[in-house]
Design a protein around this ligand. Structure first.
Ligand code: SF4
Length: 216
């Protein structure tokens, strides 16, 4: 894995960025909306999340207070388009309860927490795994943590830059140790990996010809 160095990682980034440009992640009017999106997007397409979020906003702004007060059954009905709606309603309720119990319901207070402590606490909420916790930190809080997902493994493994058997934390460490700790860079980098994986580096067969990463 000696090729996983800063130079290679920056070349990957630069190729993707010059091919695709900025990705504008993560769409959301507020950090809280970004967090709701990060929970709802588990196992579903973003277009379904957008429908669910728009249902949540139909009677007023999407705030922690609004979700705290909303009955769980009503919440589940509104987020139905995102799939697994009962499970996701419970997750959202658990998150909002956590926010009120620990940070007075204030997102800004939550992000003022030491990021390592906050990450550990988020991981203790049922249904929030490393990818969701890190998406909340990076895209909701602009905190420089690298988000890893199945697309990241696929692209970098196919280029011989990541082994098959590697944990989430080990994989994340390889990126964070080799890249400047910059939330803007991490934000774009993850979004660009998702884009190239969806368009070229497909699950069954990669479409290497014409891919911006061809030859790396
Ligand atoms: S499609 Fe081919 S060149 Fe593109 S990222 Fe996947 S393995 Fe690399």
């Amino acid at each position: 894995m000696d090729k996983m160095n800063r130079e290679t990682l920056m070349e990957v980034f630069e190729r993707l960025y010059s091919h695709y440009g900025p990705q504008g992640w993560w769409p959301g009017e507020t950090p809280f909306e970004v967090i709701v999106g990060a929970i709802l997007t588990q196992n579903t397409a973003w277009s379904n999340v957008e429908k669910a979020i728009s249902n949540l906003k139909k009677d007023g702004p999407l705030t922690p207070e609004a979700l705290f007060r909303m009955d769980e059954t009503e919440l589940a009905m509104r987020i139905r388009p995102s799939g697994y709606y009962n499970v996701k309603a419970r997750r959202l309720k658990d998150f909002v309860r956590f926010l009120f119990e620990n940070y007075g319901g204030k997102i800004e207070e939550m992000f003022n927490e030491d990021p390592r402590i906050l990450r550990e606490r988020l991981l203790r909420i049922r249904g929030i795994g490393p990818e969701t916790a890190d998406s909340i930190l990076l895209y909701g809080g602009n905190i420089p943590v690298f988000v890893v997902d199945a697309y990241t493994y696929r692209v970098f493994n196919r280029h011989g830059l990541l082994p098959e058997e590697i944990s989430y934390e080990e994989c994340q460490k390889m990126f964070m140790e080799n890249l400047p700790k910059d939330a803007g860079l991490f934000n774009e980098y993850h979004a660009l990996i998702v884009r190239v994986a969806k368009e070229f580096c497909k699950k069954g067969r990669p479409l290497c010809r014409g891919c911006p990463l061809e030859g790396i």
